[in-house]
Design a protein around this ligand. Sequence first.
Ligand code: NAD
Length: 411
Amino acid sequence: MNALAATNRNFRQAARILGLDSKIEKSLLIPFREIKVECTIPKDDGTLVSYVGFRVQHDNSRGPMKGGIRYHPEVDPDEVNALAQLMTWKTAVADIPYGGAKGGIGCTPKDLSRSELERLTRVFTQKIHDLIGVNTDVPAPDMGTNAQTMAWILDEYSKFHGHSPAVVTGKPIDLGGSLGREAATGRGVVYATEALLAEHGKSVKGLTFAIQGFGNVGSWAARLIHERGGKVVAVSDITGAVKNRNGIDIPALLQHKEATGKLADFSGADAMDSNDLLTHECDVLIPCALGGVLNRENAGDVRAKFIIEAANHPTDPEADEILSKKGVTILPDIYANAGGVTVSYFEWVQNIQGFMWEEEKVNQELKRYMTKAFNNIKGMCQSHDCNLRMGAFTLGVNRVARATQLRGWEA
Ligand code: NAD
């Protein structure tokens, strides 16, 4: 099932549980605006090349729309649509005053030079500058984009609208980025994990963890779990996988990865087949890489008791059913990885206030938001006798539906 079908299915189930009015249900499924633009740039060799850029703005009833911009060869309008909708529910679950959006350009960033990437980003910004904005739609980095991309968008946007640091988040610190933003998604994953484990009378210390993906989210989650006395027994990334049943020394693995660019040949762990990571013996499995990795082929073999969805939609609906029958507790993506957008919100607040927070304050506030959202999700699970995924969906959908109704319907 593709990402949009799976997201719509979860939304419809939440709408049924909530007994949502059919008109509201229909209006919440339809995106507010879908933008498609041609971005034509000269390559370094002087030839002209054209890329298609998208921005889907899903809903703005709770505030400006918020979501990443990805540069990827397979940016597909259906997936962007699903991800924009997920952002609407995610920002509502985190209870930050935003709606949802997502965008991207169909390109292969590693095949473009830095100056080509800069030109492409500036042309894309020229095409959408009147449709994004501090109070309208606030982009952020996603796959294939980074703080530098946001700096170019900020600069290009500011040529039209005056200096506007709050138009994007995930910026370099020197241009108004927030302290703590880089670690925020991984840190949020760990706060979410702590809240879930505490519910089950457990803590990170002494439990075993397997982590798929050792990029921004996975490496920060691993580092913070290690700091708290959790045993990270297996880690994988695109280059391979390593395991150590006594727990991997994560700071040493980070140094090894930094020095060699890969996980293989790390002296403190044994090599393993990356395909076995998701079914490795552990208490907690944290997918931090791709979508759809847990499916009907491998779900039956998962040995973890808890899955924390740090990646976006790592579990397809068939795997969801198999895992829940096995008694595995899944902490859903729209909550588990909301730490990134929450600290993006703090960045926007700091830019609007013109006042920079200490990192300690950012982390404290992040913990407060993640803990409160967990308690709110549990409240929905109890009221509607549902699992955590439906608890999160009903929480998010209900908040957006209430805002929509309060704002009124008449055109
Ligand atoms: P990243 O590009 O920094 O890291 C991705 C990691 O996944 C890399 O280590 C890569 O080697 C690994 N990977 C890729 N293919 C793999 C494979 N087949 N097997 C094992 N590992 C593989 O990306 P990120 O920012 O860490 O994002 C990871 C996930 O978290 C994505 O699903 C993203 O949508 C989601 N997410 C990220 C953020 C954020 O703030 N970065 C926020 C919310 C959700």
